[in-house]
Ligand binder design. Structure first.
Ligand SMILES: *Cc1c(COP(=O)(O)O)cnc(C)c1O
Length: 401
């Protein structure tokens, strides 16, 4: 049948030869996915990833990234979400019902706290905060209503490293789901699904989420999240909620993460080495009452970090507590004086970032292991650490002035 030009252009018969193979996988974009016939339309299954039905339900690109993230984290199933925060919300909406309670660590990633306070509450889901450095406090707060416990290791502002093994054991014994926001460890610092390697029955969290925005993307130009599991029933519950909420990630963003993943171990270790050198140097500066970084012996939870993490894996974050004798105006001037450290949220990109925090406002109470003063968090990028040190040095001169 001869076709008119527009039709010929749209229904073009050319198919490139198969067998193209190259370092990066092809990127597939679609809302519509074609079925060869009605029988295929009726029988195709997307839930187990054996076929394609609609872009929202998965493409070769999303399946590929999910499988690679399972390898990174030691999981068996994974779903992608449009941001790290969307991954946290997805876990809550998939697992919690009216009348349930969720426990959050006092140092939880703040938007997860506001999700509980401003959204979950409206759905009849209550929440309580526990002290991440006190197992007995978590134990005391577990109740008949507790369905889910969020964990973070380390906390992303004050960097305290909790007794993850103790907390997971406790929750398992009580039949409560554990979800770890694994953005800090990224599947590299420790294995969330196998905390005590070599044991006959693995001890691990039920769910690991990540802000792929951070290390997996590594570029400061992508927002994405993931929810990884090792239990088919739990995964299916999350996947169905994911589908019903219509959560999608763009194929271009998937491409960026797939492109960055091969270098994630190298980047993580490079961030780690620079961060450690800077944190140690900061300890010798009189203006800093405390330096918070899990690999430093005096930092909260250092022994737990040493027990769980590979020795060269402490991520790109450290915080300083600027001595209480400096006013907020002086601290702001210090932060504003930084040139290489840009004032911005997020971390794990090439550019170093800094954020001052108001802990008195954001925490239920001042963390006992943190000195009095103002917390300033540094996220160390991939610049030469000597230049970063010089940058902090010149800003310290402004603080002293
Ligand atoms: C950044 C971050 C998130 C959220 O990720 P977004 O992609 O920015 O929504 C969640 N948890 C932690 C610990 C984070 O650092």
């Amino acid at each position: 049948m001869d076709k008119k030009p527009p039709t010929a252009l749209i229904h073009h018969p050319y198919r490139p030869p198969e067998g193209f193979d190259a370092p990066q996988p092809g990127i597939f974009k679609a809302s519509s996915v074609f079925f060869p016939n009605v029988a295929a339309m009726r029988s195709r299954e997307w839930k187990d990833k054996t076929a394609y039905t609609y872009g929202l339900h998965g493409t070769p690109s999303s399946y590929t990234l999910e499988e690679r993230l399972c390898t990174l984290e030691g999981g068996l199933q994974c779903v992608l979400a449009p941001s790290g925060l969307a991954a946290l919300a997805l876990v809550a909406l998939a697992l919690l019902r009216s009348g349930d309670e969720v426990l959050l660590p006092d140092n939880v990633y703040e938007p997860n706290k506001s999700l509980a306070e401003a959204e979950l509450r409206n759905w009849g889901i209550s929440h309580r905060f526990y002290d991440p450095m006190n197992l007995a406090d978590l134990e005391a707060k577990l109740s008949e209503k507790t369905r889910l416990v969020w964990l973070e290791a380390a906390g992303s502002v004050t960097l305290e490293f909790p007794d993850l093994v103790g907390m997971v054991r406790l929750c398992k014994a009580r039949g409560v789901w554990t979800a770890l926001d694994n953005t800090w460890g990224a599947g590299i610092a420790f294995q969330a699904f196998d905390l005590l390697p070599g044991q006959p029955t693995p001890l691990g969290v039920d769910i690991a989420t990540q802000a792929l925005t951070k290390y997996p993307s590594g570029g400061g130009d992508v927002l994405m999240g993931s929810v990884t599991t090792r239990d088919p029933a739990l995964h299916m519950r999350i996947k169905l909620t994911h589908m019903r909420l219509g959560l999608n990630v763009g194929a271009n963003d998937v491409e960026l993460v797939l492109r960055a993943l091969p270098s994630i171990y190298l980047r993580y270790r490079a961030h780690d080495a620079s961060t450690r050198a800077l944190a140690v140097w900061c300890q010798s500066q009189r203006e800093f009452a405390q330096v918070l970084h899990p690999a430093l012996p005096g930092s909260p939870g250092h022994a737990y970090w040493r027990g769980l993490c590979t020795s060269d894996a402490a991520a790109c974050l450290f915080s300083v507590v600027i001595d209480a004798r400096f006013s907020q105006v002086q601290v702001d001037a210090f932060v504003d004086a930084l040139r290489l450290f840009r004032l911005a949220y997020s971390w794990a990109g090439p550019i170093s970032l800094v954020v001052p925090y108001d802990l008195a406002r954001s925490r239920g109470r001042w963390p006992v292991q943190v000195a009095a003063g103002t917390v300033v968090r540094f996220a160390v990028g991939l610049e030469d650490p000597q230049d970063l040190r010089a940058d902090i040095e010149q800003a310290l001169a402004v603080l002293r002035a």
